[in-house]
Each structure stands twice: as C-alpha cells, then as structure tokens.
Ligand binder design. Structure first.
Ligand code: PA5
Length: 465
C-alpha cells in the first residue's frame, strides 16, 4: 500500500540542537505517555464521542444511499449549497478544494457537477451575493447542523425555506436535504414535519470529527469524488496505526512530538501545505486542533488552560508574508509542511531569456519543481534557524491519500488530547458563545444567561477612543 509519510527529522535535537530539538532519549522517556494515550484511544474507540473511529467500516448502506442521491442531484440540479458552520462546513470545503478543479464552478457544465457553495457565515452581503448567482428552484440545499440549534444555520434555513416555498409552493421540500442528529434538535423535527430527505450525524461523532459521515460524504459524492476511496484511505491509516509504539505509529509519534513541544513553550502549530488544493485542509485542521485541545480543565478537574494555537499558512504564498516571523521570531512554533510528490497538472516554464541568467535559471523547470524546491529551501532555512518543523508527504492528492491524511490528523488530535489528560471531544467555550447569542435574542429558557450578560460590567466611554 502506498501511503503518506511523516518526516520529523527537523523536530529532533540531531537537527535543531538540544535546546530546541527533541532528543531520542526524551522520546524514549515519554514512550509510556504515548502508550497510555494509545491505550486510552483504543479502549474508547467507538464509544462516547469517539464514534468517528467506526465511520470507515460501518457505513456501507449509507454510502450506497448517498451515491444514489448524489447521482440524482447531479442529474437534476444546477447548484448544491451547504448551509452549515464549523464542523458542519470546514470538512466539505477542504475536500472540495482538495479534489476538485481549482476553478470548478467556472468550468463548462459538461465538465463538472452542480455548482458548489458552502455558506458558513451569516454576513447579509454574502447571502445576497449567493442569491444573485443561483436559482433556488434548481438548487439543492443541504442543511447541516448536528445540534439543529445553531443560530447561523437555522437563520439560513429560515431564509432559504421561505424563498423555496415562494418559488415552489408545496414542492419546496424536494430541494432540501437535512443532515442532523437522529433524535435531538429542531432540524430533525422539521425534517420529519416537512418530509425532507435526511441523513444522520451519529450521536457519537462531534462536528469537527464529522467529515467522514454524511456531513462530508454527501457533498463530496455530489461533486463526483470517489467517497469509497476516501474511506479506504481512512482504513489504510487505521491499519498503519495499530501499534502502541510511537516509533512505528506515525499519528502517535506526531502527537507525542507536539505534546513535548508544548512543554518546551511551542504553543503555536502552523499548518502550511505547499499546494493550493490543500489550502483549506489547514482551515479544517485549525478547528480540529483548536477546539479539541484548547481546554481549561483536565479530566481530574485541575485548571490547565492548555492548547496549541493553530495557524493556517500556504506555501509558497505565505513565504512572502509569514516565514520571516517563523524563521526569526519567538521559538514558539511547530511548522507542519504538507508536501505533494506528484501534482495533477504540470507546467514547464518556457525558455525565453538566455541573456538574463538571473531569470533564465528558472526556464525549463516545471512549476511543481519550483514549488517543491521552495518548500525544501524553507525547511532548510527554518532548521538552520533552529525552528521546529516537520513534513507530511502525500504521493498525490487523491481521495485515498486524502482519507489517510484526514484520519492522521484526527488520530493525532485524539492521542494528543489523551496525553494532555483533557476531553478532546467537548467544546464548552463554543457552547458558551452560542448560549449568549440565544440570550441576546431573548430566547425562552435563556433568561438566566441574559441576566448574567446584563450584570456583566458595562462598558464605559473611558476606554473608547
Ligand atoms: O466541532 C463542533 O462541534 C462545532 O464546531 C460545530 O461543528 C459547530 O458549532 C456547528 O454546530 P452544529 O453542527 O450543531 O450546527
């Protein structure tokens, strides 16, 4: 089996020196912590909020249903719009960008499926802009919300169903697919009342771990992406990570390195793919890493305030904006590069300036060579400056390797959460903001929160300029 590869040479003291690098001895001394984290994840796989570990092996029927639905949508609709936010949007966006043409929506109709949009904000300008370019009558709306309570998504639901009812009358329900929890929340009740086609988000799968359930699989299938291959990639990574030995289990090793890096004060994790197709993998990763690991208390109730701040970056673009800081700023970052061995397209820089040797050296090289050489050069510059960095190599950006990559990061996150002794699967900080929004709108049941908000210290003019 060909697989993604994880190179962590540039995290080690062999390359960074003792102060910034992690030694083989240090890794060995912490092997028991890695093993404990592995055991914890193994014991809890499929239980509690770790249902995501089962998704690659438990969805055969759902996948067939999704493929049938997707084929019908591809035939009958001109656009497919996801209404969702956070974990209900970032996966679909990342997979779309990774596996579809980079200007997919602009392709002629015979070279693509329905136009694709993910509306993960409630900016009124954005909603109006969307409505300027789609015809609701020929658009399928996939409303995705696990809780069925998220204000952003439910506002969009109200707007869209109002427009659909006006345009299609009683037939409006055929333009809506609900993806939500099977029991809880408003969307499932509405889906039953209105008769929407419905897919379920398993109760044991949290938003940021949901890309491999219908949240991600339906949009991907509508785009013509081979979702069976995506899930095969997940199974590959499961096979590759059955050992409790960090030396052979790459996600476990990766988690251990981050855990030890945090102890050295490296509290920022920069995700820097060197491929436009992987640009939004960094956004998806940022949510996964931030919401999972940014926690106030540990399992013992001790205040720990842990977490590594994720930062998204894109090579080579951000070499010209952020890399100066990464090379010379504080020693507080781990940079993860994602490299692609073989790009789907190739473009050779033409000959043309023999009298300009300072430019001519580029001629005859493929753009992919330029991109990859720039990554190697950036890795070198960071390592020379003793800045921790590591590289994940993807042989190609295909559904299978992408499945491997997504699952690598999910496992890394779960292992790292276990090492930190925190609950990586809740998000009390996000819930707090959601509840405060409900209170601001005087939603019933949130009176106490409203009173709490009102009793918060009022702002004075003194600090407003
Ligand atoms: O990871 C999470 O749980 C969150 O980011 C949610 O995905 C996000 O808040 C959206 O929630 P919901 O799917 O319930 O609308």
């Amino acid at each position: 089996m060909q697989k993604i590869r994880f190179d962590y040479n540039n995290m080690t003291s062999d390359y960074l020196g003792d102060e910034q690098g992690i030694s083989v001895k240090e890794l060995e001394n912490n092997a028991a912590i890695a093993k404990k984290a592995f055991d914890f994840c193994k014991e809890n796989a499929g239980k509690g909020m770790m249902g995501w570990t089962e998704l690659a092996t438990s969805q055969d029927e759902i996948v067939e249903d999704i493929l049938t639905t997707a084929a019908s949508i591809r035939k009958n609709y001109k656009a497919f719009v996801v209404l969702g936010i956070g974990g209900s949007a970032l996966g679909p966006i990342a997979v779309f960008q990774a596996l579809c043409h980079l200007h997919y929506n602009e392709l002629p109709e015979n070279k693509r499926g329905p136009k694709f949009y993910v509306e993960d904000n409630v900016d009124p300008e954005r909603m109006c802009a969307l409505l300027d370019v789609i015809d609701v009558k020929t658009t399928m709306f996939n409303v995705i919300t696990k809780s069925g309570a998220t204000s952003e998504t439910m506002s969009q639901y109200l707007i869209i169903t109002d427009l659909l009812k006006k345009a299609l009358g009683d037939d409006f329900a055929k333009n809506v697919i609900a993806t939500t929890d099977a029991q809880k929340g408003n969307l499932i009740k509405l889906a039953k009342k209105e008769g929407f086609k419905t897919y379920y988000i398993p109760a044991s799968v949290g938003g940021r771990f949901s890309e491999l359930c219908p949240v991600g699989l339906l949009p991907a299938a509508v785009l013509g992406i081979d979702i069976k291959e995506l899930l095969q990639g997940v199974r590959d990574m499961q096979e590759l990570s059955t050992s409790d030995d960090y030396k052979v289990n790459a996600p476990l090793c990766s988690a251990l390195l981050q855990y030890l890096s945090m102890q050295k004060g490296k509290n920022i994790s920069v995700m820097m793919p060197y491929a436009d197709s992987l640009k939004y993998i960094a956004d998806w990763y940022c949510q996964l890493w931030a919401e999972s690991l940014g926690k106030a208390v540990d399992f013992d109730g001790k205040v720990v305030n842990v977490g590594q701040t994720p930062v998204k970056s894109l090579g080579v673009t951000d070499q010209h904006s952020q890399v100066q800081l990464y090379t010379e700023g504080p020693f507080d970052k781990v940079v993860t590069f994602i490299a692609v061995d073989k790009f789907r397209s190739s473009y050779v820089i033409p000959q043309g300036l023999p009298d300009f040797p300072d430019v001519n050296f580029l001629c005859g090289n493929d753009l992919a060579t330029l991109l990859n050489n720039e990554r190697v050069a950036t890795e070198y510059a960071l390592t020379k400056a003793k800045r921790a960095n590591r590289t994940i190599y993807m042989p190609e950006v295909t559904p299978r390797y992408l499945g491997q990559l997504l699952y690598f990061f999910m496992l890394e996150t779960a292992y790292c959460g276990a090492m930190l002794n925190i609950d990586a699967f809740n998000q009390p900080g996000v819930e707090e903001g959601k509840k405060a929004t409900f209170a601001l709108f005087d939603r019933k049941g949130f009176e106490e929160k409203k009173a709490e908000l009102q009793s918060a210290k009022q702002k004075t003019d003194k600090f407003i300029i």
